[in-house]
Ligand binder design. Structure first.
Ligand SMILES: [Zn+2]
Length: 265
């Protein structure tokens, strides 16, 4: 039941993420103003806005101008729905108030990362305000996790201390790459995503996330070159791979932790 509710909640939040992705660029207000078709500007009714369902019923076309609705909309909604169901359900214990708070913050963090993922793919840049919010949320989450586990915050091995050390090192590593390569290999924004990953995942799951990010990044990068849709110079945004790695690592931590035990030092 929790699983289903979280999935539906994810669909609705995903729908809001789509609005944020669109309006971050045009600098419109996120909450004010009814939603409208980005192509013909026609105001949409509530029944045009039901996540995924409307897209299927309208066969992917705007009711008013018949132009195609981007696949981004149902994609973001479904991804957010699945991530909410997969990653929040297992940690949620309805009798513990703190897990309500953690689940809420996790939901916020997942949504922000989905926004950054799609925004970076579309515009090749990382929106800085969402990136900062992600960092702050991940710090609060690890602090609360220590409180739930009754681990002293500043003790060696607490989620908070490990997160800050691993996150800080990842940030320095990525930031150095950025400066050294004059933002050719990495953008400064990627360093902020790396910081978020380090704080949230600690050790060894940060390593898992980066392995997955670099592997998937090279596979996609090489296949793009092979299909000669790009040369070596084609910029492939890296943050989407980092975020993909983060979500995979969280899934592994939740469902298959035995895969990673050999890495624990
Ligand atoms: Zn339209």
């Amino acid at each position: 039941m929790v699983l289903f509710l979280l999935f539906v909640l994810g669909l609705i939040v995903g729908s809001f993420c789509n609005v944020v992705i669109l309006r971050l660029k045009s600098e419109e207000s996120f909450v004010r103003g009814r939603s409208h078709c980005p192509k013909c500007r026609h105001q949409l009714m509530w029944y045009d806005n039901v996540p995924v369902v409307s897209f299927v019923l309208l066969r992917g076309k705007c009711r008013y101008c018949q132009k195609k609705i981007s696949w981004q909309y149902p994609f973001v909604e479904l991804i957010t729905g699945f991530l909410f169901a997969l990653l929040i359900t297992p940690q949620f214990v309805s009798t513990q108030t703190l897990t309500w708070v953690i689940s809420l913050l996790m939901a916020g963090l997942i949504s922000i990362l989905v926004i950054i993922f799609v925004y970076d793919l579309k515009h090749m840049e990382i929106p800085m305000i969402p990136a900062w919010i992600a960092i702050v949320l991940s710090v609060i989450i690890v602090v609360l996790q220590d409180l739930v586990n009754e681990v002293s915050l500043l003790s060696w091995g607490s989620n908070t201390v490990t997160g800050l050390i691993v996150g800080g090192s990842m940030f320095l590593f990525f930031y150095t790459l950025t400066v050294y390569s004059h933002e050719q290999w990495m953008g400064a924004g990627d360093a902020y995503i790396a910081l978020t990953i380090g704080i949230l995942l600690g050790w060894p799951y940060t390593l898992v996330a980066f392995l997955i990010a670099f592997l998937s990044g090279s596979v996609i990068g090489i296949s793009m070159m092979a299909l000669s849709r790009g040369t070596l110079k084609t910029q492939v945004p890296f943050a989407p791979f980092l975020i993909f790695g983060l979500f995979c690592a969280l899934c592994i931590e939740t469902y298959m932790p035995s895969l990673v035990t050999p890495l624990i030092l």
